[in-house]
Structures are given as structure tokens and as C-alpha cells.
Design a binder for this molecule. Structure first.
Ligand SMILES: [Zn+2]
Length: 189
């Protein structure tokens, strides 16, 4: 199975977002380990940039465009888009969207490109939210939407902490490089 992260970046931002893409590549390797540990699934990870040209207001990039891209690339591959725009519509409680073998999140850019804590808090967490929906769905979990949203509410409002991981992908109490939803109470087949 392949999980392909696609960093969607405007042509004019390519250079200044280089460091974020470096983080994306490390995050991809991290999620390989995290998915194996949490879901006992082996994924081969790929990471690429999708460079977008300026568009007119009528051709705004949105989920249908990404779904078409996903289908053209091959719908048997799990494509996960990290985008510079929010989904226009979503049933998620974060700025992301999921479907079969498809994920997208609004990827927020830090002021300081080396601010990995910002990337972990704003982006890595929402990636784990959408990954968990899809991996639960693929494991046959009936409530793959509700359970994630219940936990997410606890993260946002009940002081449930995100899981913290360091650069070696191990749990840490130190400053984290990656943060994920806490699914330790879920029963996963
Ligand atoms: Zn959701």
C-alpha cells in the first residue's frame, strides 16, 4: 500500500516554502511508523510537491479538482493533499476532508519556516485527524467519523493532550516535532 503526501504549493512560493516541504518529508516517515504502531498497517510513503499556477477567481482550487487529480494518479493509492487553501465544504471538525483513499488538510505556513512546533500543532495534528478517519474506515470501524470527532472535541475543549513525538519518532515529554490525535483508547482490529 502506498500513502502519497502531496504538498500543494503556489509557483511563486516554491522557494520560500522549501523548509516546510522538508518537514513534510520527515512527517511522512514519521506517519509510516505511527500507522504501523497504531493500525498495524505497512505503508510505503511518497512525498511530492504539486506546483500550482495562478488561477482566475472562477477556477479556484477545491476538493473536486483534487479528487480528479487523485483519480488520474490512481485511486488505489492513498493520496493526501497538504493545501494552501481551506476546504469550501467539509463534514469535519477541522479544516480537512477525507474520502476513500483520499485526504486533504489546510496546511498553515509558519512565520518562521523553521518553527517545527507550529507545524506540529497546526498541521501534523489535522493530518492525524484525517488519517485516522480513513484508516478506521479501511479497518471496518463503523463509527470512523464520530469517534474521531469525539476525541477531537476533547483535545480542543477538555484538555486532552495530543500525543507528542520527537525527531526519532519516539514518544517524548520534550518539545515535540510531531503531534497526533490520541487514539490510545480506541479498539482497532
Ligand atoms: Zn473529521
Amino acid at each position: 500500500m502506498i500513502l502519497h503526501f502531496i504538498f500543494v504549493v503556489k509557483e511563486e512560493d516554491l522557494e520560500k516554502r522549501k523548509q516546510e516541504f522538508e518537514y513534510v518529508k520527515q512527517m511522512g516517515n514519521f506517519y509510516k511508523v505511527w500507522i504501523k504502531k497504531k493500525f498495524n498497517k505497512d505503508f510505503e510513503i511518497q512525498c511530492d510537491e504539486l506546483i500550482t499556477k495562478p488561477r482566475s477567481i472562477l477556477q479556484k482550487l477545491d476538493i473536486p479538482t483534487l479528487i480528479r487529480d487523485h483519480e488520474q494518479r490512481g485511486s488505489q493509492i492513498y493520496h493526501f493533499y497538504l493545501c494552501h487553501f481551506k476546504p469550501l465544504w467539509t463534514d469535519c471538525t477541522c479544516e480537512g476532508y477525507h474520502a476513500e483513499n483520499f485526504g486533504m488538510v489546510w496546511w498553515q505556513t509558519p512565520k518562521d519556516p523553521f518553527d517545527t512546533l507550529f507545524l506540529a500543532e497546526k498541521n501534523c495534528t489535522t493530518v492525524s485527524h484525517e488519517l485516522t478517519h480513513e484508516l478506521l474506515r479501511a479497518s471496518g470501524h463503523k463509527k470512523f467519523i464520530e469517534v474521531v470527532h469525539d476525541i477531537w472535541t476533547k483535545h480542543l475543549f477538555d484538555q486532552l493532550h495530543f500525543e507528542q513525538y520527537g525527531p526519532n519518532f519516539e514518544s517524548t515529554e520534550e518539545k515535540p516535532m510531531f503531534l497526533t490525535i490520541n487514539i490510545s483508547d480506541l479498539k482497532i482490529k
